[in-house]
Ligand binder design. Sequence first.
Ligand code: HEM
Length: 393
Amino acid sequence: MNLSVMSRIVLGRKYFSESKDEKEIVTLEEFQEMLDELFLLNGVLNAGDWMPWIGFMDLQGYVKRMKALCKKFNRFHDHVLEEHRGRMKADGERFVAKDMVDLLLQLADDPSLEVKLDSDGVKGFIQDLIAGGTDTAATTVEWAMSELIKRPDLIKKATEELDRVIGKERWVHETDFSNLPFIDSILKETMRLHPVAVLLAPHLALEDCQVAGYDITKGTTVFINSWSIGRDSSIWVDPESFRPERFLGRDIDVKGQNFELLPFGSGRRMCPGYSLGLKMMRSLLANMLHGFNWNLSETTRDEDINMEELYGLSTQRKFRSNKGYPIKNLLELKLNSNQHDNIYARPLTSLSPSSPFILHETHCDQSRGLRPTKPKKAMEKRSQTGAASCAGF
Ligand code: HEM
């Protein structure tokens, strides 16, 4: 879902095919693989960067992989830019920008810009926006569901709120968010314990300052460990426990002003997509809880849900049970709504293919557009290596 939303906002439409009938420049699986590789390579420690004299040997093979990936992205971006430029040309005076690429191309053509934007710059922006907005939200929601599935009491509390505010006849809309404080608290608690970016993007001290008694000189590169802040017992009571209630009635937001909770960073380098990210996560989480019953299968115990993290550019789950097998949950449609199929399908298809939340086939209602998701090779590979987030752009 996130990839589709981001593609529509940035590119105007999705440029990947999801079925054999669609003929696009890449398939969804290929595109996801490219993004996974991008995040993986962004986060690796390349020996040649630290010991430049051995760089030419490319001992780990990362540079070779980067070059191969660059070719793939270039081909994709060239195709997107060509199509957009074609429309710009055809529409002439009547041209109206419809997406981010249109706007970026207009900027690139603007001779009055102080800092010129060339086509590599446009490609870089496209890449940042697509990659930054896709896996971050999905990863956070997967962490939230992993925590919740172990705590039926929290699921009950959340669904009570949803039933009270929304009723049982419709899905959750954006306008409902302000009336769903418990859902909001679940997200905050998830981002406290499992921030997508453990280390925020490097920040630079613009002037001499003092933080917690330490002198920071102007020009110092500062790394902020949001993971440690979230688990600091001097800030949080019982920091290792998942307790969304701690946020109820407290004025702590995630917009970079409360330094104890910085899932989107703060200051000039703060995530520019935080508002969109919050909307995507709220609607995904709220609708998954509102529309479906979530239960562990009879053979799965709480402790089978492995909460181990894979450190990479982002903090992913390993998606494996402690025994090394994926966990299957029973997921059952409960909402009594006749709204469009895509709304039914949305919460399910948005889960990454390797997610443990695999729709149990016996509960699939194909007539309503629900489909069981199957783990795919690309995602299995990612779950072993870790990857993906915004930090590091
Ligand atoms: C749940 C969703 C998201 C999370 C948790 C998240 C998290 C972050 C974090 C922690 C940073 C680094 C901030 C800092 O160092 O102060 C960041 C940067 C960034 N994010 Fe996000 N992000 C999310 C969604 C998005 C979306 C939807 C977009 C695009 C529309 C986006 C685009 C970016 C970009 C371009 C940067 C780099 C900004 C810069 O370095 O100047 N992010 N994000």
